[in-house]
Unconditional design. Structure first.
Length: 580
């Protein structure tokens, strides 16, 4: 299949036809969903009656609401970059670099955002800090004049996102710490350097390339913040929620497109900075033989105590929402609404209501089917594309193909969603005269599109790590290209493929951002239902249903994360798997 030795030279029509059809499918798919919609965003924004117009820019500049949202997003991105890097770096140091009591327990807590994120995370924080939350009730009992809705606005968004966005540090920076050369650290200590000097002059500078990546990723998260401003932002508004509100009004759709273009331009600029920095970067140590880092005991007893205290305070911040979500999911609705914890209110009716009522478990099934189906198709599709890129002798064609599939990394998903709505809001020949308006498949398709860049990058890396001698031996023994791919190549790629399916699935299981733009009214996803259930006036049982959804999502995600990173997984042990 896509053989290097017989590239574009199949011996018969039967063998050539599937290859040509796949090439045609790639051309159609990339133009229809990755290129044409984004061109239409620019066209719809700047071309009016066939002529270039800056009307949308003038309207945006005259809209105080839009200017405030843009300003808020940039402020959030800047401040979030500081808070996330401080907290995330501290988390990694106390779990992987310094000798802290209970480090494994701390790491599990700090990694909880892998399974507790998005809408369920914001919902969980509301049960602790929101109006009627457990902590809020305790504080108002001590300070009666304290407002019960204190957890709102920019401080609330910053707080939630700070602890929600440290996952990348726990994955990438942790791996960087483990890759340091301990000999260099010991040499510095022997020359009289203090622990702080070693950290500041040896450890952190060695991790500079990773920090640059984390800075760019954090800024992107801050600029595109969606669920946190929706759930806890109150009157404070950022770009992404405003794009959604403008999109829902046809007269303001050009403003939504222009705001999404602004996000896209900033994102491209950030990725350009990242690429330049990576090319100039000095990666890690240059030692030929590295010694694994031995955890450092903090020598100053006072500092040691302070670090331990801060570590466990952070652990409480990370884990208390999960614990409360789990406990409250077994409480009656009135106890949930009052933020009261008591065994007298214990019940299993909440789970019964979700698992036996079709109107309640349908959103869960919808989210599972959408995210799992998109994850599987994305990995299969990108496996074939990666194979084609690796085996194609035309380097220019391969590079262009690869870069086109990276477009969802360059542009924000909201911009691409708006592009699809603009391009295919009415029947189009490119979609065989089908409209996306009122369609069920457009949301999982958007999930699939956003999954493509990561899937392609990981599968391409898996192909690089695969032993090509096995493939050559199979062909020398008379096996066809297709049989060699199925029997030899595919099993070697399976650990990476399974890990990607799991990661993509958990990422979009509780999605709200894309769902808010594209979901079908008859098939809402978990993210949509959780957001609508926060209003107890519309649904008295909504808070209880949200809690059960959250626990079920945490359970499913935890199982998959353990499969990827746990002791017994096959992914990290086999060659080509995604490693921490």
């Amino acid at each position: 299949m896509f053989s290097k030795s017989k590239n574009f030279n199949f011996s018969n029509v039967k063998e050539r036809l599937p290859f040509l059809l796949f090439i045609l499918f790639i051309l159609w798919f990339t133009f229809t969903f990755l290129i044409f919609p984004n061109i239409n965003v620019f066209k719809d924004t700047f071309i009016i009656d066939g002529e270039f117009s800056t009307r949308s820019i003038e309207r945006l500049m005259s809209s105080q609401r839009a200017k405030t949202a843009v300003f808020n997003s940039f402020v959030l991105a800047f401040v979030l970059n500081i808070t996330v890097n401080i907290v995330g770096t501290f988390n990694v140091l106390v779990t992987d670099y310094y000798d802290i009591k209970g480090a494994r327990f701390l790491k599990i807590g700090f990694l909880s955002t892998l399974v507790f994120s998005g809408m369920i995370l914001n919902n969980g924080y509301l049960y602790l800090y929101g109006n009627g939350g457990v902590l809020t009730n305790l504080l108002t009992a001590v300070f009666p004049n304290m407002p019960s809705n204190w957890f709102t606005g920019f401080p609330a968004v910053l707080f939630v996102m700070t602890f929600a966005c440290t996952t990348n540090h726990m994955l990438f920076l942790s791996s960087g710490i483990k890759s340091l050369d301990f000999n260099t650290i010991e040499a510095a200590k022997n020359l009289g350097a203090s622990q702080f000097q070693v950290l500041r002059q040896i450890v952190l500078p060695s991790l500079k390339p990773i920090f640059i990546t984390l800075v760019v990723m954090t800024v992107q998260l801050g600029l595109a913040a969606f669920s946190a401003p929706i759930m806890v932002g109150g009157e404070w508004e950022s770009i992404s929620p405003l794009i959604l509100r403008f999109t829902q009004r046809p007269s303001s759709r050009d403003l939504a497109a222009l705001l999404s273009i602004i996000l896209g331009i900033v994102q491209i600029f950030l990725l350009f900075i990242l690429t330049r920095a990576e090319k100039k970067g000095n990666y890690m140590s240059v030692a030929k033989t590295k010694t694994r880092v031995v955890k450092q005991k903090i020598e100053n007893p006072i500092v040691n105590i302070i670090v331990h205290v801060i570590s466990y305070v952070l652990l409480a911040i990370y884990t208390l929402p999960i614990i409360l979500v789990t406990i409250f999911s077994f409480m009656e609705v009135r106890a949930i609404n009052q933020g009261t914890l008591s065994f007298a209110y214990f019940t299993l009716d909440n789970y019964k209501e979700v698992l036996t009522n079709s109107s309640n478990y349908q959103p869960l099934l919808t989210s599972v089917i959408y995210s799992l189906g998109a994850a599987i198709i994305a990995v299969i599709f990108m496996t074939l594309v990666a194979r084609l890129i690796m085996k194609n002798r035309n380097k220019i064609w391969s590079d262009i193909t690869e870069q086109v599939f990276y477009i969802p990394w360059l542009l924000p998903p909201l911009m691409m969603a708006i592009g699809i709505l603009i391009s295919y809001g009415s029947p189009s020949p490119l979609l065989f005269n089908i409209s996306v308006i009122g369609s069920v498949w457009v949301l999982p398709l958007m999930y699939l599109i956003v999954m493509l860049p990561q899937s392609l990058r990981y599968m391409k890396s898996a192909f690089y790590s695969f032993d090509s001698n096995l493939e050559d031996a199979s062909r020398n023994l008379g096996a066809s290209n297709f049989k060699t791919f199925i029997k030899i190549v595919l099993p070697g790629l399976m650990p990476t493929a399974l890990a990607l399916v799991s990661l993509n699935f958990t990422r979009f299981l509780a999605d709200y951002d894309l769902s808010a733009f594209l979901y079908h009214p008859n098939f809402p996803t978990i993210g949509i239902v959780i957001e609508s259930n926060t209003n107890i006036v519309d649904n008295l049982n909504g808070p209880a249903i949200n809690l059960v959804y959250s626990v079920l999502v945490i359970i499913v995600s935890s199982i998959l994360v353990y499969f990827i990173y746990g002791r017994g997984n096959v992914v990290s042990k086999k060659r080509g798997g995604i490693k921490e």
